[in-house]
Write a protein that binds this ligand. Structure first.
Ligand code: ZN
Length: 193
């Protein structure tokens, strides 16, 4: 068995021994909000936003982007499970800033092995063959960090399945300080009405 698999199973056994009252948590998030954020391993929304089990929905993908699938989750979150406020939280030093659709498609067409991140961006060091299937995916990269937050807030705000009553907040998490920094213009873009 892999080391990681062993570690995860062992950690879970430990966690479950003191599970206690969490067995009685309700399905709808108690604090009635949802967070859309990046999958970056340095971000722990439970810690940086003070969440406990049962508190909130946390939707994560590469970049914390308002993709169709993120919106699917947000709609389920409010419509079926009663959330009333949404947060879009991107972060500094996001990997999504370091490539474009074109670069990703090129890397994948060369090789399916892990690329290397250098000073001039990602480059392939693995062997081929790759695949051109990456041409069919919109990778939702981030050319401008603040603009990406605004774009995502606006996309959710203007989506026909999202009610105007839900405020959407836009923040950038600073990986150097652990602080959430409000993106200028996001509050206005995401305001409820
Ligand atoms: Zn990221």
């Amino acid at each position: 068995m892999s080391t990681v698999l062993n570690e995860v199973i062992a950690a879970n056994q430990e966690y479950s021994t003191s599970f206690g009252e969490k067995a009685n948590l309700a399905l709808p998030p108690a604090r009635r909000f949802a967070v859309l954020t990046c999958m970056d391993a340095r971000l722990d929304p439970a810690k940086f936003a003070g969440l406990r089990e049962g508190d909130a929905h946390v939707i994560r993908n590469a970049g914390g982007r308002a993709s169709d699938d993120a919106i699917r989750s947000l709609v389920i979150s409010y419509k079926l499970l009663g959330t009333r406020e949404f947060f879009v939280i991107h972060h500094t030093n996001c990997g999504m800033e370091f490539f474009t659709n074109e670069v990703m498609r090129g890397l994948l067409s060369n090789s399916l092995e892990t690329a290397e991140l250098g000073a001039s961006g990602f480059r392939d060091i693995g062997k081929g063959p790759g695949s051109r299937a990456g041409e069919f995916i919109e990778w939702l990269t981030i050319p401008d960090q603040k603009q990406a937050v605004i774009d995502d807030v606006l996309r959710i705000r203007t989506h026909p399945l999202v009610p105007k009553s839900i405020p959407i907040y836009g923040y950038i998490y600073d990986v150097k300080s652990g602080k959430l920094i409000e993106v200028e213009g996001a509050a206005k873009a995401g305001a409820a009405s």
